[in-house]
Design a binder for this molecule. Sequence first.
Ligand SMILES: Cc1cc2nc3c(=O)[nH]c(=O)nc-3n(C[C@H](O)[C@H](O)[C@H](O)COP(=O)(O)O)c2cc1C
Ligand code: SF4
Length: 401
Amino acid sequence: MTSVPELRKNDTVFASLFTPLRLGHRTARNRIVHAPMSVCYGDADGFVTRPQVEHYARRAQGGAGTVITENFAVNVSGRQMPLQNLVDSEERLPGLRQLADEIHRHGALAMVQLVHAGRYAGPWDVYESRRRLAPSAVPFELTPGRTVTPQEITPEEIQETIEAFGRAAELCERAGFDGVDVHAAQGFLISGFLSPRTNRRTDEWGGDFDGRVRFALEVVREVVRRTGPDFVVGVHLMSDERADGGWTLDDSVRLAPLLEAAGADFLFGIPTTFETMRLPANDGLMGRRGYALADNTALALATSLPVVAGGGLGDPHAATHALERSHISAIALARPLFTDPDWPRKVSDGSLDAVHTCSCATARCLRTQLTGAVCESWPAETVERGYFGYGNDSYGERAHS
Ligand SMILES: Cc1cc2nc3c(=O)[nH]c(=O)nc-3n(C[C@H](O)[C@H](O)[C@H](O)COP(=O)(O)O)c2cc1C
Ligand code: SF4
């Protein structure tokens, strides 16, 4: 890794954010993690693009200690968005290498989030045109007013998918990434297996707790098997489905030590799926400060693994408080770093007035994943360009180099 200027050694109340973080056999320079956030800057064929390299490297340049990409699909059947990246073959290596190298050049650990979208797989406008793989054929509301039914994945397809996760992790390692974050949350395929609401199988992949967690554990084992001992394997875990009859926090607490035994190096819990987030009880969840903290504290107490927690921690005081009081090892920021990649440097310097906060009521970034996201809070010229990369993108301040 090229040497880069260190963040200022600070003696402010935020100092705990800027101590090194051990993840598996790697060490990040601080405890601020860029949380996966689908911005869909890949190309139509799933390759890495230059804006995408800049987007992620810019978050490293701004001071994040670890940059986890948005979810990249492990194969075509697991792809959700038209501009989502694919990690399915050697052809992907040159772009992935550029991405890893450029993040490393700015001093951060680089990781890819790996997903199979399961029943949420796209393209949605032609949903019925091919198989959409899910543990069971349970109908659901894909978009408001539109109910669709995925197909039940076969045992052969289950095996192929486990192998696809392993192959993707191996490709990421060969491309120079420090690790991967296995996406077992938000209703995508792995979390679909965990939930009794969506997994109605009666074979070895369903039924009781042991059957429903089998797929997640097999994926993690395969990823560990296909990669070297120094490669970091994280699990993004649906901590609690927050719905009647769904996967609960107690289930996650029971699963956490099994994931550790399977070889996971860190956990990152987030509650709900895309559907259960719409339930009245979960209304406004993403707007609440520290909404995933209690779940992640429970996970941290259930294992000896480092636990990363995000969700409404854009206020530096809240982030520091969470790190110091919640048994977690690192805080994660998605929207706050999308809005202002220099959040870590500014907080390290104590320049809180310069931090641009994520404060829009409409969450424009959530609505525009299909076309590439822009943020309501960006400077006008950045909105025009469509991504916050290098160049003059710095809210009128000199970009750090
Ligand atoms: C536009 C958008 C896209 C997201 N994409 C992903 C994703 O690809 N993978 C994932 O695990 N979480 C994803 N998330 C969830 C974030 O990682 C994070 O958990 C959530 O935004 C709360 O953190 P924040 O308050 O720091 O934004 C996304 C969130 C947003 C707003
Ligand atoms: S579009 Fe809104 S919610 Fe999204 S990052 Fe920007 S300010 Fe935050």
